[in-house]
Design a protein around this ligand. Structure first.
Ligand SMILES: [Zn+2]
Length: 243
């Protein structure tokens, strides 16, 4: 039980100290920038996914482009074979009519294969184009996410600076108020715990932890004169009676 009763001036100072402390705690919480950090982590993950998609689509594009080139090469080879066979056929030296028929069949077979391979090349080119469109989309998305991340980082930096400035101003104000209070209260007011070190009672509840005062504590608090102090049974906060 705290025996001290504060003077009117000290009561005013502690009342102000409690308010400024609330602002300090709020700013300390704000300084963590929890939501922004969460969003940044989520963005980093989204960016990694977009990069993976970009890689995947790039790979798919390369595969189709290569397949198209291979088909083109094969078609070129086949055309050369057709030309060579046609030359042989036109020359005709030493060929029986059966040989000629066989060469004609060979040319027809080659030309049919060329058609198939040309079609294959066209399909691969189309698939490569489609994959290229996916590559562009994935790249745009990855860029957008990266940009959003940079913007958020920048915000985090400037917010951090603003909060730090406000915080040090409030802390200085709080230190000045502390000097107007009895020295025996300083150590416990300087303690940074889960709950504020001092509070007022609002509608029968401790302003620090929010718990209702027990019947006995509530009676004691009621009977205190202005400037009287009481410890919260639950969180140990210094409870100030103001009026
Ligand atoms: Zn409490």
């Amino acid at each position: 039980m705290t025996e001290t009763t504060l003077t009117g001036e000290q009561t005013q100072a502690l009342r102000a100290w409690i308010d400024v402390s609330g602002q300090v705690r709020a700013l300390q919480h704000e300084a963590k920038q929890t939501e922004r950090l969460k969003r940044l982590r989520a963005l980093a993950q989204e960016h990694a996914q977009a990069k993976a998609a970009l890689e995947q689509h790039t790979h798919t594009h390369q595969e189709h482009a290569k397949a198209a080139r291979d088909a083109e090469d094969r078609a070129d080879d086949l055309r050369e074979r057709v030309t060579r066979t046609e030359t042989k056929l036109n020359d005709g030296t030493g060929l029986t009519s059966r040989d000629l028929l066989s060469l004609q069949d060979e040319i027809a077979g080659l030309q049919s294969t060329i058609e198939t391979v040309d079609l294959e090349e066209m399909e691969e080119l189309e698939a490569a184009d489609a994959a290229q469109a996916e590559v562009e989309a994935a790249r745009t998305k990855a860029d957008e996410i990266a940009e959003e991340g940079r913007r958020l980082q920048q915000q985090r930096g400037s917010e951090g600076e603003r909060i730090a400035q406000e915080l040090s101003a409030h802390q200085a104000e709080r230190d000045a108020l502390l000097q107007r209070l009895p020295a025996n209260l300083h150590p416990r007011l300087r303690m940074e715990g889960d709950y504020p070190a001092a509070a007022v009672v609002t509608t029968g509840a401790c302003g620090a932890c929010g718990n209702q005062l027990s019947g006995m504590s509530a009676d004691t608090y009621r009977n205190l004169e202005a400037g009287g102090l009481l410890d919260c049974d639950d969180c140990g906060a210094l409870l100030l009676k103001t009026v």
